[in-house]
Design a protein around this ligand. Structure first.
Ligand SMILES: [Zn+2]
Length: 88
């Protein structure tokens, strides 16, 4: 299950517990169980970003996938199947 995390200024679906950065999430699959599992993975990824830096700059300043994916985020399965906007 892949998730696309897009930083947003308002009405994010998930908030970093350390710095308060908000993210909109786009899921590869729609089931609720899958989403809960994926959200837990995203929270872990956000916490890992802060291992070296407590500020908001610890996070990528652009959309990213969880788990990590080396391709372009806007072409990931989570973006395409989750209905993310084509341009962020
Ligand atoms: Zn943070």
């Amino acid at each position: 299950m892949q998730v696309l995390c897009v930083p947003t200024e308002e009405c994010g679906q998930i908030v970093c517990a350390v710095c308060g950065t908000q993210y909109k999430l786009y899921f590869e699959r729609p089931s609720r169980e899958d989403r809960e599992e994926a959200i837990a993975l995203v929270l872990q990824a956000l916490a890992r970003h802060h291992e070296a830096d407590e500020g908001a700059a610890a996070h990528p300043q652009r959309p990213f996938n969880v788990p990590e994916w080396s391709g372009r985020p806007e072409l990931s399965a989570a973006a395409l199947l989750g209905g993310a906007p084509l341009r962020f």
